[in-house]
Design a protein around this ligand. Structure first.
Ligand code: ADP
Ligand code: MG
Length: 243
């Protein structure tokens, strides 16, 4: 197996508050990893450290055999290999759907408008939003916005997609359409690290489930093991509260 990202002894503190403590785990190529845990356990901080929106306090993030936390490393270049999907979509409201999906490709990857548009349309089709290419974000539902955000991330040809609770801000009737797209991506072999509260989705789609509590990875393993037969009391408690 080919390791895409290898996290070693990662720690993060905000002042005196140690939010991540000696976190170790890796994501393999083609693998779907679901990260679960109570609110405040450090899941978002972990994702934000992986894409360097937060600066880790210690440890290493190995990508392509190199520690990207080394001073010499080109952070901007590294970031282009990660696709990020946030709870709040973060679309550019002044741009239409297609423009949202091409601007990063042009600016960051220096693709021509033609090439960027073709890529964008390819992935807008994947998420079922090509008909809306000329719409502005305000004309879309939350589920549609999130599907556009996913297409935008995919258009950058990332090595790994990071999702931070992509359905948590959605009305219940829109959760399904976004999870459906994510199921398709998983089935097509995309490498995905997904923070989610959707346990049924995790059970179905994850190759591996990682349970985090108070900044520590408590246990990880196959979904049928962690979700159905957890070893640790903290995991049992958490699952009792969510199921
Ligand atoms: P989760 O995503 O699992 O709900 P977070 O990673 O958002 O958890 O937060 C973990 C802890 O870190 C929380 O106690 C939160 O208040 C704290 N935290 C997160 N971001 C910051 C920040 N920028 N400054 C200070 N504390 C933060
Ligand atoms: Mg969070």
């Amino acid at each position: 197996m080919e390791t895409v990202i290898d996290i070693k002894h990662l720690s993060k503190s905000f002042g005196q508050h140690e939010v991540l403590k000696d976190v170790n785990f890796s994501v393999q190529k083609g693998e779907v990893v679901c990260l679960i845990g109570s609110s405040g356990s450090g899941k978002s901080t972990l994702l934000r450290c992986i894409n360097l929106l937060e600066k880790p306090s210690g440890g290493a993030i190995i990508y392509n055999g190199e520690n990207i936390l080394d001073d010499k490393h080109d952070i901007e270049k590294y970031r282009t290999h990660l696709g990020m999907v946030f709870q709040q979509f973060n679309l550019f409201n002044n741009l239409n759907v297609l423009e949202n999906c091409i601007v990063g490709q042009q600016k960051v990857l220096k693709r021509s408008k033609q090439e960027a548009s073709e890529k964008a349309l390819k992935y807008l089709k994947v998420v079922g939003m090509e008909k809306y290419q000329h719409a502005k974000p305000r004309q879309l539902s939350g589920g549609q916005k999130q599907r556009v955000a996913i297409a935008r991330a995919l258009a950058m040809d990332p090595d790994v997609m990071l999702f931070d609770e992509p359905t948590s801000a959605l009305d219940p009737e829109m959760v399904g359409e976004v999870l459906k797209v994510m199921r398709t991506l998983a089935a097509e072999g995309n490498t995905m690290l997904i923070v989610t509260h959707e346990m049924e989705f995790a059970r179905e789609v994850a190759d591996r489930v990682v349970f985090m509590d108070k900044g520590v990875i408590v246990e990880e393993g196959a979904p049928e093991q962690v979700l159905a037969d957890p070893k640790h009391d903290r995991t049992k408690e958490f699952l009792k509260r969510t199921l």
